[in-house]
Design a protein around this ligand. Structure first.
Ligand code: FES
Ligand code: FES
Length: 157
């Protein structure tokens, strides 16, 4: 099937199989491999991307469903500098080890901070509860997001 969409601000026209999911389309056809695939059934959050401003599980969405949509991946958020402070906080606070969960964590954390910059640790925990990390034990990730929230509010991290 023929689809047209925006990906990270650029128009993409592509032929896809009807059953191809959005994560595979981004990774295999567009080579945007920052979107990771873990569980492939909506549990781990590694495949989180933004579609028309909302974060979604790209493994649970068909590529054809993204026809006409605006999709942003971690590459787009990273290249634009939108999450530069979050990325720096993740580095500074050792909030990543293998990095497999990190793109999805950054997408979810940025989603929270754009909605609620005064997010509490509890808010952060809840918002990231659909993103699994097998390495860090989560505390460092919560610390990094909290530090970014405080920084964005103009406070010392
Ligand atoms: S790969 Fe999509 S939620 Fe795990
Ligand atoms: S850093 Fe390895 S899964 Fe999170």
């Amino acid at each position: 099937m023929q689809i047209s969409l925006q990906v990270n601000g650029e128009r993409v026209d592509a032929q896809v199989l009807p059953r191809m999911n959005l994560a595979d389309f981004l990774r295999e056809q567009l080579h945007l491999t920052g979107t990771h695939v873990g569980c492939e059934h909506g549990v781990c959050g590694a495949c989180t991307v933004r579609v028309d401003g909302e974060i979604v599980r790209a493994c649970l969405m068909l590529a054809v469903q993204a026809h006409g949509a605006s999709v942003q991946t971690i590459e787009g958020l990273s290249d634009s500098g939108e999450v530069a402070d979050l990325q720096a906080a993740f580095r500074d606070r050792n909030a990543l080890q293998c990095g497999y969960c990190t793109p999805g964590m950054l997408m979810a954390a940025q989603d929270l901070l754009t909605q609620k910059v005064e997010a509490s640790r509890e808010d952060i925990r809840e918002h990231l509860s659909g993103n699994y990390c097998r390495c860090t034990g989560y505390q460092a990730i919560i610390d990094a997001v909290e530090a970014t929230a405080r920084h964005r509010k103009g406070l010392r991290p």
